[in-house]
Design a protein around this ligand. Sequence first.
Ligand SMILES: CC(C)(COP(=O)(O)OP(=O)(O)OC[C@H]1O[C@@H](n2cnc3c(N)ncnc32)[C@H](O)[C@@H]1OP(=O)(O)O)[C@@H](O)C(=O)NCCC(=O)NCCS
Length: 199
Amino acid sequence: MEIREYREEDRTSWVRCRVLSFMDSSYFDDVQNYREEYENPVIQIVAVDQDQVVGFLDCEYEEQPGDVCYFEGSIGGVIWHLGVLPEYREHGLATKMWNMAKEMLKDNHVHRVEVWTQDDPEATRWYLKKGFVFKEAYLNAFLKGNPGDPILKKFLNQSDCGELYGIRNLNFEAPIERKEELAKICYRLHEVRIYEAEI
Ligand SMILES: CC(C)(COP(=O)(O)OP(=O)(O)OC[C@H]1O[C@@H](n2cnc3c(N)ncnc32)[C@H](O)[C@@H]1OP(=O)(O)O)[C@@H](O)C(=O)NCCC(=O)NCCS
């Protein structure tokens, strides 16, 4: 098992690992079949077993305050991707990747990191144990059903849509204060939370 920086030849294996690592989390439908390019400097760490990526951590960071982070302040980084294949979890791989990323961030004068994550207990516990502090949240809400349903009519003005058979998925973001109201009508509802850590 090796913890090291991402290399171009990891691309396919990285993309596969990300899909499989999110399958049992609330990000199961956030399927990406590509490796994004970042506009700012980025630290990309992987855990590799027999040439296959089994864990990954990407943290993009700022050279100027405001380039990447949500909160204003000293220059910071944002963890955009973190995951470990289910069968490799609880062996300290995410911790090792984070420790390596932290040292590299500090070498680049970054002492503050943010992360957006949904309400998965495993990931939440991991971030809290690493010293991340909850800051704020909003809702990721999902509705579906027959176009005639009063609830869908309330959310979607269908008079200009033409004939619809059904709404497969109406996915929207909403203020956290609407959680109780939306929980009654959504088939999926996640808190999207931002955490911050000093490193
Ligand atoms: C969150 C996630 C990345 C953690 O990965 P991981 O490699 O299992 O994390 P670690 O091994 O560093 O820590 C996990 C647990 O294993 C424990 N652990 C660490 N080394 C261990 C070892 N050698 N033996 C047994 N347990 C160990 C840790 O104490 C920790 O337990 P705790 O949270 O009760 O303290 C992983 O669960 C995951 O990929 N989840 C799905 C994707 C996801 O939700 N990503 C975040 C979205 S932003």
